[in-house]
Design a protein around this ligand. Sequence first.
Ligand SMILES: [Zn+2]
Length: 222
Amino acid sequence: MLFIVTAEWGGKKPPSSYYNKLRKLGIDALFNRIIRVKSLSLAMEIAAMIQGNGGDALVIPAHALLPVLRHRVEPLETVFTGTGRWVVTCYECVKSYAYSGQTPRQCPVCGGLAFHCRPGYKRPVAATAGTTMFDQWVQTRFVTGYFEIPDRVSYTQNLIPVPEIPPEWRDAVDEIREFGITSFTSLRQLDAALSLLMYPPLLYALGNDLLKSSKLLAGEEE
Ligand SMILES: [Zn+2]
């Protein structure tokens, strides 16, 4: 098995003692802060040494990285180009952002590539009071023909039509429905679940359990 140790000193250079100790352990760090070793105990020793030298360390089994490396996100925005106003929806932030400028190539907040965008402005949304959470979620997330996360939802007694799920998100929404929508306890958790299904490496990285990972991503950890 292969393990990866990452080392970080808050954006600063590693101290020279770090390189000396690595050499003592018989390791040449090809990249300063990413070390590959074949033993977990060695990886743990290196991580402890990094922490002992004032850094932050993380040990990751290399196989856990493979799906991340393989998965390529194709942002839907490829059909749009130009300068103007955009709504960027990021699966890693689980948020939709208003953005102005050139066609975004990355999420304007986290820099991630797992996002989509459309030209235009964010739109206020409303849900019918008293309907199920799932219906309210669909009513407020797909009104623009894209999956978007509103800043807030206003509730009304009027019957808001339930929009059709756009094809890009249909499989993921079906999966959430089949998984058991009642397991999710907030609109934000449903947003997170959909985001994870749209960007599976993140689901894998968070533990591959849709419900638990959704709570984590939504910031609603138990
Ligand atoms: Zn983001």
